[in-house]
Design a protein around this ligand. Structure first.
Ligand SMILES: *Cc1c(COP(=O)(O)O)cnc(C)c1O
Length: 353
């Protein structure tokens, strides 16, 4: 209702440039799948288009949506699923010979030279051609007249920081493929494997293109500090303020009883909007700790405000005794993750001036 997510586009652009400083000449693929990690795929992509080289999404539907909204940079579908709606500007991922032939005939019918990227399974075991099939795949490709393999990629299943030897194993397999492909298929080729964490922590993995999601959104996935900025704030407002006498209960469940006379604000945000939901499970000790030292979740006038009682579907009640809050006043909500917020909450964009 009154709540919205304020997306800070200049900060997103700052983060893109911070990563680009690291990755040098490598192409920059902005990963905007899953509604740009909650920040709004179409609007954000249009705002950052001139700062990136390509876009990466999960599905055909997302790719079509971007193309229809005026995106002119190439859009990659990162999963190996595509259909007849594929067209110039949309670059599918292919990881098997049957799809290679299917793509070839789609492009023949549509009369354009289609590009695609080959995905190789190096150990994550989700998508990707097995390395043993590489030679057969290239041989099949040589007989396709309407398509070009523009790139070859793989994806890390963990991070260099957390699983160094697993990551190195994936890297070695990918390097093996890179060598083999250069040997049997002598064409210019974009090799890419680095996501945000790899790009920052494992420099050699940057190769010809980096695929950046988390870092662009300021969600640090690395211990290295490269000066990323936060990219969104969740805002809402005080609907009303009321006086409550000492000894009265506040909110659902009789979980809060006023120990003194107090002022209470009704804030337009609730469980339905995603308040209090967390993406990660907390450890038992962490739960206990939070019970005794609850993390501040609301800010009014830059002051941390305590929520009272159980939150309801659409409202939170908060203690504003010490700050003299007024109806209409701005409230900033601290959320663990934007992914826990409802997509229906309006996204507003602070754009570069
Ligand atoms: C989501 C995704 C990325 C981006 O990963 P981040 O950690 O958000 O940078 C890169 N590559 C592929 C294939 C992905 O699916």
């Amino acid at each position: 209702m009154n709540s919205f997510v304020e997306v800070n586009v200049p900060n997103v652009i700052h983060n893109i440039q911070s990563v680009r400083k690291l990755s040098g000449d490598a192409l920059f693929m902005a990963i905007v799948k899953s509604n740009a990690y909650g920040l709004g795929m179409v609007e954000l992509s249009l705002q950052i288009q001139s700062f990136v080289d390509r876009f990466g999404v999960n599905s055909m539907d997302e790719a079509i949506q971007l193309i229809h909204s005026g995106i002119t940079k190439p859009v990659h579908i990162l999963s190996p699923y595509f259909d007849d709606r594929v067209r110039e500007g949309i670059i599918p991922t292919i990881d098997n010979i049957a799809d290679l032939h299917r793509y070839d005939s789609i492009c023949e019918n549509k009369r354009y030279e289609g590009r695609f990227h080959l995905k190789i399974n190096t150990g994550m075991n989700r998508f990707g051609l097995e390395i043993e099939q590489l030679d057969d795949f290239i041989e099949a490709l040589q007989r396709c007249d309407h398509i070009t393999m523009e790139g070859v990629f793989s994806h890390f299943g963990s991070t260099y920081g957390n699983h160094r030897s697993f990551t190195k194993k994936q890297w070695d397999k990918f390097m093996f493929c890179k060598k083999r492909i250069s040997m049997i298929y002598n064409q210019p080729m974009i090799f890419h494997i680095a996501n945000s964490a790899a790009c920052i922590d494992f420099p050699q993995s940057r190769l010809d293109m980096v695929r950046i999601g988390n870092a662009m959104y300021g969600f640090l996935s690395s211990k290295a500090n490269i000066g990323l900025l936060p990219t969104f704030l969740v805002k809402t407002s005080v609907m009303s303020v009321r006086f409550v006498n000492k000894g009265e209960y506040v909110g659902y469940g009789c979980t809060f009883k006023a120990k003194q006379n107090m002022w209470i604000a009704v804030i337009a945000f609730g469980v339905y909007d995603g308040f209090g939901l967390t993406r990660t499970r907390k450890s038992f000790l962490r739960e206990i700790y939070l019970r005794f030292f609850p993390r501040p979740k609301l800010l009014i006038q830059k002051q941390h405000i305590k929520t009272l009682g159980n939150p309801s579907m659409t409202y939170i009640l908060a203690d504003v005794t010490s700050i003299n809050a007024k109806p209409g006043e701005e409230v900033i909500l601290k959320v663990d993750s934007i992914l826990s917020l409802k997509e229906t909450i309006k996204r507003k964009y602070v754009i570069p001036t």
